[in-house]
Design a protein around this ligand. Structure first.
Ligand code: SF4
Length: 419
């Protein structure tokens, strides 16, 4: 399946893995892809290609606006650049997008895209429309090294970090697909011309929120995730408020303070269990950073307050983590650390080869009630996109499907490694 130049890379270790960095794949035509570059990087690329500093500064400002605010991919359409400049750029650069291998629509309106990078790696993104919002679930890695036992993505073997261009590219592609780039002239970047501001506001957009909850652990790809989200939040870029972005981690404790400092978006934590024994099984990273340590890091997360609560994700698995005692313990822990918190209860979404089952509706309701009575909001998430395997924990690209026998072998290997 994979050529010798691109061998399958083993995932090193169970709980402290090192994701494989991306080998840059040079384009055959020698042009450079601008997608994912910051203003400064664009300026650097233009200077390297031969523009003087002043010209590079001006052009990079214009390009930034065209790329990230307008979604333009064709230099020919960048009308405030002189024609020879457009040609000059098109000879040296491109503005790429992830390649779409497959686009599926669920019967509940959820959409899933299977994307391919230019070195042939597959990853997925999911769009979940609701009455009052539209959420794009973005991937940060191809596969995931953390092997959460309830999660399909964790069974993928090949893992590499996505680049900033591949991460922000998902958001841009979703805007392409939803037809949500603002129309209008370029006057706002060309200082003294007046423009009709209204043309730039796109009220009623479908894509309103982003969650870094697709494939991968975003805090294991910190720099690229941060750089991509900066482009998403930039007022002259995609201009999405940080209040509308949520980063979800399984609990990479040492990176959480940096995430607050350097990214500053909302935090979601995949808790899924309240005892060491069960969380060790469901989220093996727990062996490294335990529950108490994780909750302390949440309490220290400086962005958390009553207006911006930390979301705890809790997957409901039958006879595993769904008892009344678990619910009471969850309340006790959240209170102990005085966390401004909300708990999202996620009915387990089955996938081929898993031994887990979803808790019954009554059990989920009883669990939710106990947490609510403890003074903590605990809504039950409606599963979305299950029919196209787009729901939480179901993502896994088609090229990585494994046979049941292989899954069993992997489980045994894992068991042996845990000794
Ligand atoms: S739940 Fe998240 S961190 Fe765990 S294996 Fe799945 S993708 Fe990775």
């Amino acid at each position: 399946m994979h050529s010798a130049a691109n061998p399958i890379m083993p995932i090193p270790g169970l709980i402290d893995p090192v994701p494989v960095p991306r080998a840059v794949t040079p384009r055959e035509d020698g042009r450079v892809d601008m997608l994912g570059l910051t203003r400064a990087q664009m300026k650097g690329a233009l200077e390297e290609a031969g523009l003087d500093q002043k010209a590079a500064k001006l052009r990079s400002k214009q390009l930034f606006h065209w790329l990230y605010h307008r979604g333009e991919t064709d230099f020919e359409k960048m009308t405030d650049l002189a024609k020879p400049m457009r040609l000059w750029m098109a000879e040296r650069f491109i503005v790429g997008r992830p390649q779409v291998v497959e686009a599926q629509v669920s019967n509940d309106g959820t959409r899933k895209w299977l994307l391919r990078s230019d070195d042939g790696q597959d990853y997925e993104m999911v769009f979940i429309p609701d009455a009052d919002r539209g959420t794009l679930c973005v991937s940060s890695q191809v596969g995931c090294t953390l092997n959460c036992s309830f999660c399909h993505t964790g069974t993928m073997r090949l893992v590499r970090n996505l680049t900033p261009g591949e991460i922000v590219g998902q958001v841009m592609l979703a805007r392409d697909a939803l037809g949500e780039w603002p129309k209008g002239s370029m006057a706002s970047v060309n200082d003294d011309e007046a423009d009709d501001e209204a043309q730039y506001t796109a009220d009623g957009r479908m894509l309103t929120n982003i969650v870094m909850m697709g494939m991968g652990e975003p805090l294991y790809n910190f720099d690229h995730v941060r750089d991509a989200l900066k482009l998403v939040m930039d007022g002259d870029g995609l201009a999405l408020s940080k209040r509308r972005i949520t980063l979800s981690t399984s609990g990479v404790v040492p990176m959480m303070a940096r995430a607050a400092e350097e990214i500053g978006v909302n935090l979601a934590v995949s808790l899924h269990a309240v005892t060491k024994e069960v969380r060790d099984e469901l989220v093996p990273l727990n062996r490294k950073y335990g529950i108490e340590e994780l909750l302390q890091a949440c309490a220290d997360y400086p962005k958390a307050n009553n207006a911006r609560r930390i979301t705890f994700e809790y997957v409901m698995i039958k006879d595993k983590n769904d008892s009344d005692a678990d619910a009471h313990e969850l309340v006790r822990l959240i209170r102990k650390y005085k966390l401004p918190a909300k708990v999202n209860l996620i009915p387990f979404n089955p996938w081929p080869g898993t031994d887990y089952e979803c808790s019954s509706q009554e059990r989920i309701r009883a669990f939710s009630t106990i947490v609510f009575e403890g003074g903590i909001s605990a809504p039950v998430r409606t599963p979305r996109g299950r029919d196209i395997m787009a729901a939480c924990g179901q993502l896994k690209s088609a090229s990585e499907k494994k046979s049941k026998a292989e899954m069993k072998r992997l489980a045994e290997e894992k068991q042996a490694a845990l000794g």
